[in-house]
Design a protein around this ligand. Structure first.
Ligand code: 1CP
Length: 368
């Protein structure tokens, strides 16, 4: 029995910095909170050291490793939130699919779904407490070890994004195998999306029970869909997940903010702002002012600096951040990148980004 078995989701240390949670609820804290997608990642030498030659999913299955990787960026930078180290592909694994992380190739499914008959291979009713228990343990351990410094975000992939990996078998530029299903097998596509949504709801509720203080849903492959397909194959499931998770949490007297990140779905901004999520996270293709106008104060916004702006000199990063803050305003806003950090990014520039958000936002709030 490992030590974790004694670490229970209770008696968590008191939260000291709640700026992220307040901004998610539409408030204006003393500074704009900031965190980065993929803040635990290969751009940090200490991350590369812990990951070493170890298998990626073995790392995901070790609560101690996940905890350490989640905490690493917090030791370097004054981020206002942390995200549990894991991966979106743990769900297809829990449904019985084999996925490996191959160096230089990324996630690779041994036997992707080819035709609708293949759905029979999937575990439709997943006992998340058994299959994904290792993620819950990682969350509980990390929530204790963060010592209330900042909130801990749990996450999941959204149904369409997971479906596309399960059919493509890995990363893809066209996603044509998965999109073929949408046009040729719409009923089976909906069946798969519904199965995924059911598991995702249980998974997210379980993450909150384990200690997650906010939830982010990644629809990373929204941009490969057009508005019509998005409305049919993505949006209904995003909405259904938020509504069901909130209902389930309410029964237990729990309530955490939920964030939806539908990358490149600028065509659906209005609809996303009416989908039961408190926060809509944006990629860099959307202008901050127009995002505010189009969402009409219904949600908080998160994002959206081009990750590649971190290749700029520090003074320029500061300038870009100031303009972004002026565009979004300082109320109901969480600063972030428009997508994840890349492995070749300079940690110093990540620090410059975080500092610029804090400094400029404090000034802007004071000048009001
Ligand atoms: O060995 C390594 O370190 C591999 C790199 C890596 C990391 C650090 C992968 C492989 N996954 C992760 C962790 C991870 N994945 C986190 C937690 C860490 C953090 O954000 O700080 C999160 C939130 C994810 C989520 C994830 N995985 C998404 C959604 C976000 C996004 O980037 O759009 C997606 C699409 C994945 C799949 C995935 N996992 C890893 C890779 C290289 C990919 C993308 C593959 C592709 O489609 O090309």
């Amino acid at each position: 029995m490992s030590n974790n078995d004694f670490i229970l989701p209770k008696d968590f240390p008191e939260l000291k910095n709640d700026t992220f949670l307040r901004a998610a609820r539409g408030e204006e804290p003393e500074h704009v909170p900031v965190w980065c997608m993929r803040q635990a990642g290969r751009y940090l030498p200490e991350f590369r050291e812990v990951r070493g030659g170890k298998d990626f999913f073995d790392t995901c299955r070790s609560p101690e490793n996940c905890c350490e990787l989640t905490l690493q960026p917090l030791r370097r930078f004054p981020f206002d939130a942390s995200i549990i180290f894991s991966d979106i592909l743990v769900i297809p694994q829990a449904m019985g699919m084999e996925v490996q992380m191959l160096t230089g190739k990324g996630p690779t499914f041994t036997d992707p779904l080819k035709e609708p008959e293949d759905l029979q291979r999937l575990q439709a009713k997943v006992d998340v407490n058994k299959e994904l228990d290792y993620v819950f343990k990682a969350i509980t351990l990390t929530r204790h070890k963060i010592e209330g410094k900042v909130p801990l975000i749990g996450f999941t992939g959204a149904p369409w994004t997971l479906m596309s990996y399960m059919i493509e078998g890995g990363g893809s530029t066209t996603h044509s195998k998965a999109k073929r299903w949408l046009y040729r097998h719409p009923d089976s596509s909906h069946m798969l999306l519904r199965m995924l949504a059911d598991v995702i709801v249980e998974y997210l509720v379980g993450q909150v029970a384990a200690g997650a203080q906010a939830l982010q849903v990644f629809e990373s492959h929204a941009g490969i869909l057009g508005p019509v397909e998005f409305r049919e194959f993505s949006l209904p499931y995003l909405r259904d997940i938020a509504r069901r998770v909130k209902d389930r949490l309410k029964e237990k007297g729990q309530d955490v903010p939920m964030i939806v990140f539908a990358k490149d779905a600028h065509y659906a901004l209005e609809e996303l702002s009416e989908s039961h999520y408190e926060v809509v996270s944006l990629d860099w293709t959307i202008d901050p002012r127009s995002a505010r106008e189009r969402t009409g104060g219904k949600v908080s916004l998160q994002g959206n600096m081009d990750p590649c702006a971190l290749y700029a000199p520090k003074e320029q990063i500061s300038d870009i951040v100031r303009k972004m803050l002026e565009g979004f305003g300082t109320r109901g806003y969480i600063a972030n990148l428009g997508h994840g950090l890349y492995p070749d990014m300079d940690p110093e520039n990540v620090g410059a980004f975080v500092d610029a958000v804090h400094q400029h936002s404090k000034l802007l709030i004071k000048q009001k």
